[in-house]
Design a binder for this molecule. Sequence first.
Ligand code: PFF
Length: 443
Amino acid sequence: MASGRESWSSRLGFTLAAVGSAVGLGNMWRFSYMTAENGGAAFVMLYVLMTALVGLPVMLAELTLGRGAARSPVQALIHYGGRPWGALGIVFVLAGVAILSYYGVIAGWTVRYGIEALTQGFPADAGDKFGAIATGGAAVAWHLGFLAVTTLVVSGGVRGGIERAALWLMPALGVLVVGLALYAATLEGASAGYAFYFQTDFGALADMDVLKDAAGQAFFSLSLGMGAILTYASYLSRDQDLPAESVTIALSDFAVAFIAGLVVFPLIFALGLQDEVGGSTLGALFITLPKAFASMGTAGTVIGVAFFAALVVGALTSAVSLLEVVVSTLIDQTGMERRTAALVCGGAIALLGVPSALSLDVLGLVDQVGGQLLLILGGLALAIFVGFFMPDPTGEASEGSRFGALLFAWRALLRFVVVPILAVVSVYTLIDTWNALAALVAG
Ligand code: PFF
């Protein structure tokens, strides 16, 4: 085992960093538009089911592999499975590179919206504004700026950079989101938003397309399927209770997504903007909400700035975890110094994101392939590995845990529930990706 490997300074530090990885643009931007696209509460129910039944076991699998091997993904998989499984680690790193490349673009929009709202308020013509800033030279510049900050945090190391940022930023995010939800509850007409959010269309529960999106969203939101949680767990000590951690991380992530819905839907419905949400998939957050803020005067500016600040915080702590997967791999493979590795990886990914900053079609496609397909396939392969091939995962997972006696059920869940569900979801996701590619090629 690599002695002198970095480690977290406290249990809370790890928990907050892992929650920081999970909570991000996925909870607010992706969750709200996925919910809107898939018919409200039915999607939310399937998403909860996927989080509990599939997400949680895979989360524990990543935690177990990472802590057990105390290595970054490629080496961790080789350690337990031999050379061929190392290839899966390479897929993880590629997924991280792909996701961060467009995540930086969206985070760049978010930072810009927040700063410009602070200085100029929200414009009434939010649709035009989004059209004007989403792509082009300025989008490239804000994306590069965001990735520069991300790189800075990662080059500070596990304790001095990642953990320190999470300790400050995550509590702030929690306060902001809860405050916003309380405010939204006071709006006249908020109840129509709650009705949309909670009213269930049971037919949609059997819809494979909704199921596929719910599974994809669970993986994206929980940061699963590409080794981010695995990498963070590789800096853990052996006395941390992994099953308990996986529940804490998943519950916190769900809580923020759920509360974000309690902000977004009442606001949209109270201001009568519901018809605009379905129009653009990206629209719920960057077009409809700013419209709502603009029509609310000064209060809208304050609330809107708080909302975008929370979003920026979530985006930064998630981007840090994406970059850390790539950086820790480079460090473990080459012995490169952390700062140099952070600069090399951050710089390369920043450049790879430029096409996404120039075209929404490219951004959407990279999200489809990196943020959806690769995570599902990565999660499936990981569940197969830990479920069938890893020697004694239950023993490793139960070390330091109060729940060791329950863990036989975990391996059975991986084998007989997670693998079959993800296999079916993979097929649907592959078809979907193929169609998206074909549509793009056909113009
Ligand atoms: N979970 C993050 C979010 O919800 O925004 C995104 C993400 C981070 C996905 C890290 C995957 C990952 F490995």
